[in-house]
Design a protein around this ligand. Sequence first.
Ligand code: DGY
Length: 328
Amino acid sequence: MSPVVFVTRPIPDNGVRLLVDAFGEENVVVSKNDCPISREDLLAGVVGKDALLPILTDTIDAAVMDAAGPSLKVIANYAVGYNNIDVDAATERGIAVTNTPGVLTDTTADLAWSLLMTAGRRIGESERYLRAGRWQSWGPQLMLGTDIHGKTLGIFGMGRIGQAMARRAQGFGMRVIYTDANRLDALSEKALQATKVDIRTLLSESDFISIHCPLLPETTYAFGAEEFRAMKPTACLINTSRGPVVDEAALANALRTGEIFAAGLDVYEEEPAIHPGLMACENAVLVPHIGSATVETRGKMSEMAAANIVAVIKGETPPNCVNPEVLG
Ligand code: DGY
């Protein structure tokens, strides 16, 4: 019997074509609705499948794996982050979990950089002001933001995307400091002109802090009231990683009271809900989790997720497995 794949939401065509070429049209089931799949439909859709291609809003826990049954060999997440998947439960069941790293690095860094500039230069607020018909004249003190060039960028999590931010910072003549569990090798530090510091130094010396860590127990609420108090009142916080790294209530308070200057957010604690306190802040730039949202990159993610599935089903090593211990 040919393996059957279940894709939980329509994704760019190229990945689906790869799956169809490998397994036949009748064996690639793509959920028809372009909205998050309901738990009920997910549990029903996965039954008897050999491969599951979920998106980051799908919770893939032990119950989903058990609903699939023993045929399930691979869960190929359509994202680099895989906090929506219970990897331990997958490993216990011998199921490979794969993700899509690399292809979205620069696209996500581009978005983080846009948020940094938008927050620092008050672009969202300025546009709302103009469109509301409130602009009367050029003003010496109108919409004063903060310079970006020559400032200090603090990077929280110096993985692929953090390093891509450091490269962008070079073009703006910025000083780059970072925190991470691991130190970059000396050559990379030199090339990126980046210095590893402790968290206190990152908080107190950065003009912009950009978050690029995975969501882990130890990074949950890494930024809360205490951290905002330790930041400069002129500083901006950027988050394109995962929402729960930041305590949104504390951030809303810090923005409202002027403890920090501005924030640029792509991700939220309870997506798609946004903390009402943030919605009320003119100095919060809020976009709907679009870090990897370009035609090119979403196409590459589609191809990569499909390639991961094809490899596992063929008994080959998939390009991006996060629990390689399950591979034979
Ligand atoms: C990811 O891949 O983890 C991103 O959040 C998608 O934009």
